[in-house]
Design a protein around this ligand. Structure first.
Ligand SMILES: *[C@@H]1O[C@H](CO)[C@@H](O)[C@H](O)[C@H]1NC(C)=O
Ligand SMILES: *[C@@H]1O[C@H](CO)[C@@H](O)[C@H](O)[C@H]1NC(C)=O
Ligand SMILES: *[C@@H]1O[C@H](CO)[C@@H](O)[C@H](O)[C@H]1NC(C)=O
Ligand SMILES: [Mg+2]
Length: 379
């Protein structure tokens, strides 16, 4: 039943089986838990010791200034002061070459293997915009992702709640892992003949009441910081600071910390222009990637080739899993050199789209997903 290199159709029927035995999935997950040391909490950028000592201490050694440094580092606002890929002297560019430049090599490496595509949403499929509620993806991008999903099993892995990211992407044929993978759902209606074929997995459901409570407190506490926006992502919370004046970042970090000090079961991590609060369970985008690979029947396969494209620190957990498995690779979307476990880079969502298009074209040349791509009704 766990045969490797399943076609998309075999995968669909496989999922019918796995959804009947969701208990088995949970075993798989706890195995993964015990086998893997939990990754260090993302968000703590390495900053110098001296700087650390200078930093202001608040509750239990949590350092607000470290957070502000981290907020700056992962959310560059001064384009000129951050080395761009072009004037970095070329070393980052050599260690993390463009996935477009390396396209032929990537295709060679994936030959004879089943590509499985994992895509982050914000900053990867859609541009980072001032209002997170308006982070729409372009029509062209949606069309491209739809074609990708015809050729390869495809999952969207996002920090946002699943419903929200679904409302942006609007493609029923994909897997969605919302709330950093804590809310996973398979494609709608896998089979017309069987109603209960849906894959649904929510490892943190007991945290829901606590998260709602903290959401209300954060909304209240951050009210006084202009531009701060708290978003309830169901299994986690986001405090967006893309619209907050940089001078107020430290104030915002203080406010968030003051709420969280009463909730040791929640932890704070850092994304691009966003602070994220989530349960301390050992679950992240990397675990979600592994869970999805298992669910798709690729648990012990050597001929699977997962590709994960993402732009922020929370995606590092997935990059690292791929690196550790020695299968497939990660692609970091970034205009600037960054410390990353991804193998390749793309500068922006437009380049992601080009890369995905070329993958589809390549697949059309080799197999028969061409007819199904051509049969797609234009959106
Ligand atoms: C390195 O960066 C330069 C400038 O952005 C680009 O033209 C070149 O193709 C890149 N090389 C690789 C291997 O990605
Ligand atoms: C994968 O392999 C291990 C060890 O060979 C085995 O115990 C496990 O059941 C396999 N998992 C699946 C999903 O086939
Ligand atoms: C990359 O992986 C290494 C080794 O597992 C880890 O120490 C490092 O922190 C990771 N880098 C990032 C940016 O997450
Ligand atoms: Mg992102």
């Amino acid at each position: 039943m766990f045969a490797c290199g399943l076609s998309l159709f075999a995968v669909v029927s496989f999922l019918e089986e796995i959804s009947k035995s969701i208990g088995a999935c949970q075993n798989v997950v706890s195995d993964a838990k015990s086998a893997q040391k939990p990754p260090a909490p993302p968000g703590f950028l390495s900053i110098s010791r001296k700087k650390l000592l200078q930093n202001l201490e608040i509750n239990a050694g949590a350092r607000v200034n470290a957070w502000v440094d981290s907020m700056r580092a992962s959310s560059p606002t001064h384009i000129k002061s951050t080395p761009s890929i072009a004037d970095d002297g070329g070393s980052w560019n050599l260690s993390h070459p463009s996935a477009l430049e390396m396209f032929e090599q990537i295709i060679d490496a994936s030959k004879g293997k089943q590509i499985v595509m994992f895509l982050d949403y914000d900053g990867t499929l859609s541009p980072i915009v001032a209002d997170p509620d308006r982070a729409f993806m372009s029509k062209k991008m949606r069309k491209t992702v739809r074609k990708v999903a015809k050729c390869f099993p495809t999952a969207i892995v996002s920090g946002r709640c699943r419903d929200k990211v679904y409302n942006f992407v609007k493609l029923a044929e994909l897997y969605y892992a919302g709330s950093h993978g804590m809310d996973i759902k398979g494609p709608e209606k896998l089979s017309k003949s069987n109603k209960d074929t849906e894959l649904l997995f929510q490892p943190a459901s007991e945290f829901l009441p606590m998260i709602d409570e903290v959401y209300r407190q954060l909304v209240e506490t951050t009210k006084s910081t202009a531009g701060a926006k708290v978003e309830n992502n169901k299994f986690c919370l986001s405090v967006h600071f893309r619209c907050v004046d940089e001078k107020k970042w430290s104030e915002l970090a203080h406010q968030v910390k003051s709420v969280l000090k009463d909730y040791p079961k929640l932890r704070l991590t850092q994304g691009r222009k966003v602070l994220e609060i989530r349960p301390t369970i050992k679950w992240d985008k990397g675990k979600a990637l592994e869970f999805l690979l298992e669910s798709l029947g690729f648990a012990n396969c050597t001929d699977v080739f997962p590709v994960y494209i993402g732009d922020d620190r929370t995606d590092e957990d997935a990059f690292k899993i791929l690196r550790d498995r020695g299968q497939g690779f990660g692609i970091l979307v970034s205009k600037f050199p960054k410390d990353t476990n991804a193998s390749y880079s793309l500068q922006e969502p437009d380049e992601v789209m080009d890369f995905l298009r070329r993958l589809v074209e390549q697949k059309e040349l080799s197999v028969d997903c061409k007819s199904s791509v051509e049969n797609l009704i234009e959106l």
